[in-house]
Design a protein around this ligand. Structure first.
Ligand SMILES: *Cc1c(COP(=O)(O)O)cnc(C)c1O
Length: 372
């Protein structure tokens, strides 16, 4: 972010309307157009987006939602917010994404939704999962928190994640993601009814939005037909987001270039496995996660990188290893999820990185791997 985002925030602050107003509406229109979705609804973050997605898809107490343990814990938490139970299935080791065949095996009469994740920006195998879901009449919700600007080959065309493939797609604008509004989220769908449901829920289930009442020449009294939430996005955030959208394609191009360079630089490190991009996927490379050789001590490698001034992160967490999910439902084994957390290593990747920065990361990683 630079002066452009700062100016956008300033413009809103001085405008007299600071939450869920004209900037939010413009951000929604521009986001919908960018990903190719009929509807986009802005909310306070991706966790609230996912909560409204599940509620709108009818997930309620006693239901099961098939998802991964190998994800940020918010993916599982939103299922619990609805009173339902996540059913964890394992991942494919090289994409870190949900294994479609395990989804098929986990479907039960209680399954109310399939919540897939495009982990670290890599599209999951939507074509296969949607075929399975349609054959069992179960909606697919996409946790695309990390996947803004990622693309998938769909019936011969490259399409952005968020164009309705599954029933609902949810995005995050947390600073950890590829573009940011500080905090923020977006929900896309093809269904006008579901979009209306998101809009009702996000503002206390108020029957008439503020802007409509404010602009009406006639007095209108609102009502509250159901239990709602305060999941609003502010206009200050939305104005920043509109500026960030202008940068998205450059950011994704530079991230893809950097990932391509890592692929060359790291190819020669013995035992190191690089992330796999299937031919039908174009990742935004929000994170670049390599897999250390089995005998390698992850913490020791990370420490030796840190000693050299290079910050890394371990593989994505597994929710079933945290206390709230110690007794969660699991279909099959989660061995691949655990291995991905225990042997994964996320390397620095950001648009300002230079070729020599990347060479230094590769050299230090090679040295650290040789030691273990
Ligand atoms: C970041 C993240 C979330 C949560 O997004 P927030 O905007 O912080 O609520 C959910 N799911 C995944 C996979 C994430 O990476």
């Amino acid at each position: 972010m630079d002066e452009r985002e700062a100016d956008a925030a300033r413009r809103v602050i001085l405008s007299g309307w600071v939450t869920q107003g004209p900037e939010v509406a413009a951000f929604e229109r521009e986001f919908a157009q960018l990903v190719g979705a009929p509807h986009a609804c802005a909310v306070s973050n991706c966790t609230t987006a996912l909560h409204l997605a599940l509620l709108t898809a009818g997930v309620k107490a006693g239901d099961e939602v098939i998802t991964v343990s190998h994800s940020f814990i918010a993916t599982a938490n939103v299922v619990r917010y609805c009173g339902a139970s996540p059913v964890f299935v394992d991942i494919e080791p090289d994409t870190y994404n949900i294994d479609p065949e395990l989804v098929a095996a986990a479907i039960s009469p209680r399954t109310r939704a399939i919540l897939v994740v495009h982990q670290m920006g890599m599209p999951c195998n939507l074509e296969r999962i949607i075929a399975i879901a349609r054959s069992r009449s179960v909606p697919v919700i996409e946790d695309a928190a990390c996947a803004i600007g990622s693309e998938i080959l769909w019936e011969g065309n490259w399409e952005k994640i968020g164009r309705p493939h599954g029933e609902i797609t949810c995005f995050s604008f947390h600073p950890r993601k590829v573009i940011s509004t500080g905090d923020g989220g977006m929900i896309t769908t093809a269904s006008g009814d579901w979009d209306a449901s998101f809009r009702l829920f996000r503002q206390h289930a108020m029957s008439v939005p503020d802007m409509v009442r404010h602009g009406s020449p006639k007095v209108i009294f609102e009502s509250y037909p159901t239990l709602g939430f305060n999941y609003r996005m502010t206009d200050i955030q939305a104005a920043v987001g509109r500026e960030q959208l202008h940068r998205l394609s450059d950011i994704v191009s530079s991230r893809r270039l950097l990932a391509g360079r890592y692929e060359q630089l790291l190819a020669g490190i013995p035992g190191l496995r690089l992330p796999h991009e299937p031919p039908w996927a174009r990742s935004n490379w929000q994170s670049y996660c390599v897999r250390l050789a089995d005998g390698c001590n992850q913490k020791r490698v990370m420490q030796s990188m840190l000693d050299a001034g290079i910050a890394t992160r371990r593989g994505i967490m597994c929710s079933h290893r945290e206390p709230p999910y110690a007794d969660a439902l699991v279909s099959g084994s989660l061995a691949k999820s655990e291995a991905a957390q225990d042997h994964g290593l996320i390397l620095p990747l950001f648009p300002q990185m230079t070729p020599s920065d990347q060479e230094r990361v590769a050299a230090e990683l090679k040295a650290a791997c040789t030691l273990c």
